[in-house]
Design a protein around this ligand. Sequence first.
Ligand SMILES: Cc1ncc(COP(=O)(O)O)c(C=O)c1O
Length: 389
Amino acid sequence: MDIPSPAYVFDLPRIRENCGMLAALRDEGGCRVVHALKAFAVPQVFPLLREFLDGCCASGPWEAQLAHEFFGGEILTCAPAYSPADIEALLPIATHLDFNSPGQWARYREVVMDHSRFRSGALRCGLRINPQCSTGPVPLYDPCAPGSRLGAPRELLDGADLTGISGLHFHTLCEQGLPDLETTLAAVDDQFGDLLRREEIRWLNMGGGHWITQPDYDRAGLARVVAQVRDTYGLEAVWLEPGEAAVLHAGELHATVLDTFRNGGTDVAILDVSATAHMPDVLEMPYRPEVTLRDGTPGEAPGVRPHTWRLGGSTCLAGDVIGDYAFPSPLVPGDRLVFGDMAQYTVVKSSFFNGVAHPAIILRDENGTLDIVREFGYPDFRHRYLPGG
Ligand SMILES: Cc1ncc(COP(=O)(O)O)c(C=O)c1O
C-alpha cells in the first residue's frame, strides 16, 4: 500500500523497543512507570504500551476517561486546577489524584476523603511541589520558572493541612538527562526532605521529561537513583511518568509538495502539512525537524546542497514555516517529503486551523504492513461546531 499524504505513520517495533527499555528500568529500579497521555494518546497503540507499562498519567478527566476505557491499570491525574465537575468525573476512575496547591486540596479534601475509593485505598492523593530549581534551557517548558503556575513552592506548605495527602509529585524536566534529575532531587531534599520523611508520605512521583530512551541516557544510573530515593525516604513507591520516551523516534509525518515559487531570492515550497496545525512544537519550542525525500535523501542545512528551499505550511499564518532545507535538486509539485520524530506532541496538539486536511493516522507493524486507523474529512471539521453525524 502506498502511504497517503498527508499522514502520520507510527512505527510499532520502535515503540515496542522504547517500552522494553522503560520496563527494564522499572524492573531494575523497582519503580512504577506510566505513560503520559499528553504526549501521545492513540488508543489503537495502547495494547502495546500496556504490555510494558503500569498505566497512564492523565492531565484531567478526558485523558483519564480514555485511559480507563482503553488502557487499564493505574491512572495518575495531575492538573493545574480541578473544577468540581472534574473531581466528580475523576473520583470513580483515577488511582492517584495530585493537587497543584494546598488550596485545591483544602477545597476538595472533604468530598475526596469521603469517597469509598479513597477510604478503601483504591484512590490516593498527592500534592505537586515546585522545587524552584530550573535545569532546562527553554522557559516555555520550565515549570520552575519564576512565578510558575505549576506546583506548590515550599512557603505555600508551611502551616497547610496536608491530612489525607500520601504522596508528593514533581515534574520539572523536559527532554533532559540524569544529571538534571539529580540536581532537582538535591533541591527537593533541601526544601521538601522533611515532608518526604514523614510517615504518612508513602510515594514520590518524579514526573516526566526524562529522555530515557535516547541512546546516551544513563538508564542504569536512573535505576540506581530511583532505588536510592526509595530507600532514603522509606517510600512504598517511586513513580515515573514519561510521555515522549515511549514514542521517541517512532513517528513520521508524510507530506507532499503542492506548489513551488521564488520570492525575493528565496525558493519556497508549499506543503500539504502545516507547522502550526500538525507539528506546533516546531514553532513553540522552536525546533528543526529532520526531513528526507521519500528515497531517503536528507534535507540538509541551507547551502550545504545546491538547492535550498523554504518548506512552508498550508495555512494563512505568515510564520507557518517548518524551516529552510537544502536538497541536491529542485523540489517540484508532487515530491514527497518525510519529517522524522513526529509521534510525540503532534497528534495530541494538532488542529483543524483553516480547515486544512488533517493527516491520517497509520500504524506500521514489524512486517512493514500499514494499517490506516484513522482518516479525517470535512465531517470531522464540522463536528467541532455541530453535534451529530
Ligand atoms: C506533569 C507532567 N507529567 C509528565 C509529563 C510528560 O513529559 P515528557 O513527555 O516530556 O516525558 C509532562 C509534560 O509536560 C507533565 O507536565
